[in-house]
Write a protein that binds this ligand. Structure first.
Ligand SMILES: NC(=O)c1ccc[n+]([C@@H]2O[C@H](COP(=O)([O-])OP(=O)(O)OC[C@H]3O[C@@H](n4cnc5c(N)ncnc54)[C@H](O)[C@@H]3O)[C@@H](O)[C@H]2O)c1
Length: 413
């Protein structure tokens, strides 16, 4: 089936972006929200995006007008009787998504594929709320949807092979890079990113490095920005919520720190509130070369947290591998569980979070044995969250040194 007409539920940040991406590929789109003002706001942001393409001479004015006219904003269910695909991008609460999918199931023809852009909720649970769980799939686009190339395509327990293939094919038509990820908490990119962010927070709480030096080291490694800049940009409240969620799902590897909750308690939520780890001009991303101003209350907050707490036996001086290795180890866990194919890990991290240096290339450069030895050394000092994935030991024991052998080894796991 070729998608010729689609609908997007929710005209917010993601919904508007997704509607634009679909329209740009020549797909007719219904963009639905609960209030006319929200629909208008979504349409206005799409129009601005098209205007900027005209300014940049990517499109002519008539082309932009034609593509924009492919999107019809609405608050009603009119037009849903002949859509080929729906992408839901409403708020991230399970009850709301279950209600929306129940309604979509009643309103759309039985052939319609129902996709959700959820960042973390269970695709299988959402699918169970419909009479067509085989046609429900996760399509996790990243923000901003127009610019970010990666789409995690996530089947639920009953999603059919055809539905997954259709979602993958649609992503390619939209000039995106799809990676199939089996359903697991955090899917792939967030699952790998959060151990890295979390470890940077442990480093900070131990007092062995300042945010700016950790940020600089991460950028030098190949990340587009350091962990503290990213935490501030994403929102400290959002990150605190995700960390607690992942800790609840995976346990000790995601052992949380206190500083996020302390900052949330003070209303210091990052860029959006004007202060997080750094001080920000409200809502504005920092200029690249600008010196960063540390939150003046941060050191007092950290001192309170440290008071009466056991510090690790022998903290080593800060080395960027301390924050990169937990991300690498989580990738090995995901491969070991069959969540993702090894060949897709570096692609997902490059196009989902801008990591210019392949995560698994760390192993190629340094060797799996080096990664294992480093993980074990950190485990001895910092505990269980550094326990190496058993697949890493298996690779080392098997004398595997490169990706080809890694793929072959994973194929028989
Ligand atoms: N913002 C991100 O960075 C990001 C990235 C990837 C995925 N997501 C996911 O995308 C989804 C949307 O996130 P967002 O950031 O665009 O949120 P948002 O708050 O910007 O927009 C959500 C929109 O959904 C509308 N809505 C609420 N209930 C609705 C209903 N019953 N029917 C139709 N519309 C309804 C709201 O009015 C709002 O306009 C969430 O599931 C989120 O987890 C967000």
């Amino acid at each position: 089936m070729k998608v010729e007409k689609a609908a997007v539920i929710g005209a917010g940040t993601m919904g508007a972006g997704i509607a634009q991406v679909l329209s740009q590929a020549g797909i007719e789109v219904i963009l639905k929200d609960v209030k006319q003002e929200f629909v208008e706001r979504g349409l206005a942001s799409i129009q601005r995006m098209y205007e900027s393409r005209v300014k940049k001479e990517v499109l002519t004015q008539p082309e932009a007008d034609h593509l924009f006219a492919m999107i019809q904003g609405t608050t009603s269910w009119e037009g849903f009787a002949d859509v080929d695909l729906v992408i839901e991008a409403a708020l991230e609460t399970i009850d709301l998504k279950l209600e929306i999918f129940g309604e979509l199931d009643r309103r759309c023809p039985s052939r319609t594929i129902l996709a959700t852009n959820t960042s973390a909720l269970s695709i299988s649970e959402i699918a169970q709320h419909t009479k067509r769980p085989d046609k429900v799939v996760g399509m996790h686009l990243f923000n901003p949807a127009q610019a970010m190339k990666l789409v995690e395509v996530i089947p639920g327990i009953e999603t059919s092979h055809q539905t997954v293939e259709l979602a993958l094919e649609l992503c390619r038509e939209l000039h995106k890079i799809p990676v199939k990820v089996e359903e697991c908490p955090g899917f792939l990119v967030n699952r790998l990113l959060f151990p890295y962010l979390n470890e940077a927070l442990h480093v900070l709480e131990e007092g062995i490095a300042e945010p700016e030096s950790v940020d600089k080291a991460a950028v030098a490694f190949g990340l587009p920005m350091g962990p503290f800049t990213l935490l501030d940009m994403t929102g400290i409240d959002v990150c605190s919520h995700v960390t607690s969620f992942l800790y609840g799902e995976y346990g000790v590897r995601f052992e949380p720190v206190s500083i996020l909750k302390s900052l949330v308690g003070k209303g210091q939520l990052g860029q959006k509130s004007g202060c997080g780890f750094y001080v920000h001009e409200k809502g504005k991303p920092p200029a690249k070369e600008e010196p960063r101003k540390l939150n003046p209350e941060l050191n007092d907050l950290l001192a309170t947290i440290r008071k009466g707490r056991m510090q690790p036996k022998a903290s080593r001086t800060f080395d960027v591998n301390r924050v990169i290795l937990p991300m690498f180890n989580e990738a090995i866990y995901a491969i070991q569980e069959g969540v993702v194919q090894a060949k897709d890990v570096d692609v997902a991290m490059e196009f989902g979070c801008g990591l210019t240096r392949g995560l698994l290339s760390l192993a190629e450069e340094k060797g799996f044995a080096w990664c294992l030895a480093e993980m074990e050394a950190y485990q001895e000092v910092l505990g269980e969250r550094f326990r190496p994935a058993w697949l890493l030991r298996k690779l080392v024991r098997g004398g595997v040194h490169d990706f080809t052998r890694l793929h072959a080894a994973v194929a028989v796991v």
